[in-house]
Each structure stands twice: as structure tokens, then as C-alpha cells.
Design a protein around this ligand. Structure first.
Ligand code: ABF
Length: 229
């Protein structure tokens, strides 16, 4: 089974949790896109859901495939969000934001009664941090914000480069008009404490640590799909 087939397997298993009439948060990334494709087939066969996309990219795919959408302001209480992740540990703590949509992803998932993560086995780790931690920052004062992040990290025993994510000739800009700093911490010994410290830095708009948000993960591997709770 190749990587795409595993993503499809996880997405198909997640679709089982979607009930007719649900208000659904719809994630971003290649795994979430497989979910959108399967969801579109169900919608075409008469299944009724309304989705709230977590990015402009996901919104475009949904519109192209006929998945009905509303904004989060129109549907502020969602039943379920299904989204991918860059990394997850055994306590369902996630790193997200590799696709640059972490702010909307966190807002949408937090407005949902339940979040299910879909991923393949390569994303499961013992300790978070091999994947660079994306931190969304306001462009104003970005250098001061980076210094504040470095101070926090060093206090917690973490070193590593923090770079502004690039796209083409310039910096990558999020859907919200912010920058992403990618922090190569290598290993995050206390993700809960780091999340709290980052939340306290004024220039940090949001960070990619999702803690206490997901309640189930569907992990696809060559042998099939398993769940983590
Ligand atoms: C989104 O897409 C992100 O939060 C995460 O960065 C990424 C995972 O993408 P993929 O499914 O392509 O690995 O869920």
C-alpha cells in the first residue's frame, strides 16, 4: 500500500463517523483532501452535510467537487472536524501547520464538539518535535517575536533554528495575512508547557501545538487502519 492509499484508508474510516445532517469542519492537506473527495461522492449520492473549510485551498476543492459550504460565522457550532496532522503522539497531542493553515484549523476544530485526526503511521511519534513547529506570527515586530520565542525555548532547554517560512521569492503568507516561523526544536520535552509559553507571547498569533483538541485519531498503515484515543 503506498502513501496515498494509506491516506485514502484513513479518510474512508473517518467518513464512517460522519452522520447525515452534520455540520462539519473540513481540514487542510493531502490527507484531508482525500477525505473531501470521498465526502463529495457521498454528497452526490444524496447525503446532506454542510462543511466549514479550514483554508481557502480546501474551500476551492469543496466548491469544485460540490461539497456545500458555509462560513464559521454562519455555523459557529460544529459537530465534528476531520483534519490531518504533521505529527502526533500517544496522548493525541499534535503538531499541525505544515500546510500553513494552523490558525483556521485550530479555530474550526475548537468550535467543534469533536475532532478526528486522519494520518498515516509515519506521523506517529513518541515525542513531538522532529517536525519543525510552525508558529504563526504577526508581521509587525516579527524579529522581536522570534527573539521572545528563542528565549522561551532556551529556558526550556530547547535550541534550534527558527526561520521565516518562504514561498517563491518572498515570505509565505497565511490566509490571515501572517507569517509562519518554523522552529526546529528537534524534541519538545514538555509540549503542554511550551504551548502555554507561546500563547503568552503577544506577537504569536497561534502555534501548531494542538493539545486537548483531538479526541480520536485514525492511523492508517500497511496492515489497515487503527484508532488512537
Ligand atoms: C494540515 O495539513 C496541517 O495542519 C498539516 O500541516 C498538514 C498535513 O498534511 P498532509 O495530510 O498532506 O500530510 O492538516
Amino acid at each position: 500500500m503506498d502513501a496515498r492509499q494509506m491516506k485514502i484508508k484513513a479518510a474512508a474510516a473517518a467518513l464512517e463517523y460522519v452522520e447525515n445532517g452534520m455540520r462539519l469542519g473540513i481540514g487542510t492537506g493531502s490527507t484531508a483532501e482525500e477525505f473531501v473527495r470521498l465526502l463529495a461522492e457521498k454528497v452526490a449520492s444524496g447525503f446532506q452535510i454542510v462543511g466549514v473549510p479550514t483554508s481557502e485551498r480546501t474551500a476551492r476543492l469543496c466548491l469544485e467537487l460540490g461539497v456545500p459550504l458555509k462560513s464559521l460565522d454562519e455555523l459557529p457550532d460544529l459537530d465534528l472536524t476531520i483534519d490531518g496532522a504533521d505529527e502526533l503522539d500517544g496522548k493525541l497531542r499534535l503538531i499541525k501547520g505544515g500546510g500553513g493553515a494552523l490558525l483556521r484549523e485550530k479555530i474550526v476544530a475548537s468550535a467543534s464538539e469533536r475532532m478526528i485526526v486522519i494520518a498515516d503511521e509515519s506521523k506517529v511519534v513518541d515525542v513531538l518535535g522532529a517536525f519543525k513547529l510552525p508558529i504563526e506570527v504577526n508581521p509587525f515586530g516579527q524579529v522581536a517575536t522570534r527573539l521572545a520565542i528563542e528565549k522561551v525555548a532556551s529556558r526550556m532547554g530547547m535550541t534550534g533554528e527558527i526561520v521565516v517560512r518562504a514561498s517563491g521569492d518572498g515570505p509565505f503568507m497565511t490566509d490571515g495575512g501572517h507569517l509562519i516561523l518554523d522552529a526546529s526544536f528537534g524534541r519538545i520535552p514538555d509540549a503542554d508547557a511550551l504551548a502555554a509559553e507561546l500563547n503568552a507571547i503577544p506577537g504569536v498569533v497561534e502555534h501548531g501545538l494542538f493539545i486537548g483538541i483531538a479526541s480520536l485519531a485514525i492511523i492508517a498503515g500497511p496492515e489497515g487502519a487503527r484508532t488512537l484515543t
